[in-house]
Write a protein of this length. Structure first.
Ligand code: ATP
Ligand code: MG
Length: 363
């Protein structure tokens, strides 16, 4: 079996630190490992319409932003196929048939969908397309025979749904589809980076993000305004590092080298956390450290982005070529699926001959 990766993002905004630690870093590492025959990266613009039907302009504007973020982070179009979901109509075709293999109750039970419905005030009236987007994600994954899916942990219920669809399809129509496996970041903190307010996960749709392309002053402002432990009022007060987004971000981003460079008085992050928990360490000092680390990580990404921004037609060309290549693969899968289901009537000589004989007998 070939090793094939599929991942993607919704073009509902620029990419943020959650994407960086949750998925992008893994993708670039896997891409450069040379262990994968094919890598597909989907800009899920069709999925983004399911909760933005009245604001397609937002999606139109953000496609290029997401593509620039990919390129800036090191996704290489020579090694990875970047494509636009809406340009692959075969994905709709697969979705249509997979919808029959899933119950309404099963979709309503999906914990991520439930949470996202609450965030979007969809509880009273939900667009059918939104409720069924996990099924369209199964189409995205299976269309490319992907077996490895690098994601943050909010996507686990989607991969589970895909596995169920694959099993049901294969049991019903014969082994046709490949069952995928989700790959989470090794560092648990990176599986679901919280937003700046420390509440929900960092998410484009919630606006609680530090974006990869934020200018240095913006990053600094956001870090300095971050929520910390509300009971840590005076420097001498003991503070909590749990549920404290500043420390959660430090867990996700800081290396020993960063400490050596910016806070050499601490041997490791544990020591810094202990100091905060025992009192005597101010929020401002910790936030300044986090700012230094983020500035160091994001500066080269921002610089590469600026280079790619100089040639936007080239970025559209990458998306066009990627979509063309992806469509070819997806259409091979649709053919396999239709053959397995027996709805490839015009190529089915057995069926045609049977009908000929049947009507000859009836004469
Ligand atoms: P939206 O709010 O429009 O849903 P989003 O910020 O949730 O946007 P997606 O495009 O839905 O981003 O997610 C793309 C990928 O990034 C998924 O694999 C998801 O698991 C991962 N991801 C998103 N947010 C985070 C986060 N805060 N921490 C870790 N991974 C994340
Ligand atoms: Mg999301």
């Amino acid at each position: 079996m070939k090793n094939v990766i599929l991942t993607g993002d919704r073009p509902t905004g620029k990419l943020h630190l959650g994407h960086f630690v949750g998925s992008l870093t893994q993708r670039v590492m896997l891409q450069n490992s040379g262990k994968f025959e094919e890598i597909y990266i989907e800009i899920a613009d069709a999925q983004a319409t399911t909760d933005n039907a009245d604001n397609i302009e937002k999606i139109r504007q953000n496609i290029i932003e997401v593509a620039l973020d990919y390129l800036a982070c090191g996704i290489d179009p020579k090694k990875s196929t970047i494509f636009l979901q809406s340009q692959i109509p075969e994905l709709c075709e697969l979705t249509f048939y997979y919808l029959n293999l899933v119950t309404l109750a099963r979709l309503q039970r999906n914990p991520t969908v439930k949470q996202e419905m609450k965030q979007r005030n969809f509880e009273k009236s939900i667009p059918v397309g939104f409720l069924t987007y996990p099924v369209s994600q199964a189409a995205d994954i299976t269309a490319f025979n992907a077996n490895i899916i690098p994601v943050g942990d909010d996507q686990l219920p989607m991969i589970e749904q895909t596995k169920e669809i694959v099993r049901t399809f294969n049991n019903t129509y014969g082994k046709t589809l490949v069952e995928p496996t989700a790959v989470l970041p090794e560092n648990e903190t990176c599986c679901r980076l919280p937003g700046l307010d420390g509440k929900a996960k960092m998410s484009k749709s919630l606006g609680n993000c530090i974006y990869l392309s934020d200018p240095p002053e913006e990053i600094k402002r956001k870090v300095m305004e971050m929520y910390t432990d509300p009971n840590h009022v005076k420097v001498s007060d003991p503070g909590s590092t749990k549920n404290n987004p500043v420390f959660i971000y430090l867990e996700a981003f800081v290396t020993d080298e960063h400490l050596k460079k910016y806070l050499p008085e601490y041997k490791n992050l544990e020591e810094l956390k202990n100091h905060y928990e025992h009192g005597g360490l101010g929020d401002v000092k910790v936030k300044k450290f986090l700012n230094d680390v983020l500035q160091e990580i994001l500066a080269p990404i921002r610089k590469r982005r600026e280079e790619f921004q100089k040639d936007i037609p080239e970025v559209y060309k990458i998306l066009y070529e990627g979509s063309k290549k992806a469509r070819k693969v997806a259409s091979e899968t649709v053919n396999k699926v239709k053959t397995a289901m027996g709805i490839n009537y015009f190529e089915d000589t057995e069926l045609i001959n049977y009908q000929i004989e049947k009507f000859q007998k009836n004469k």
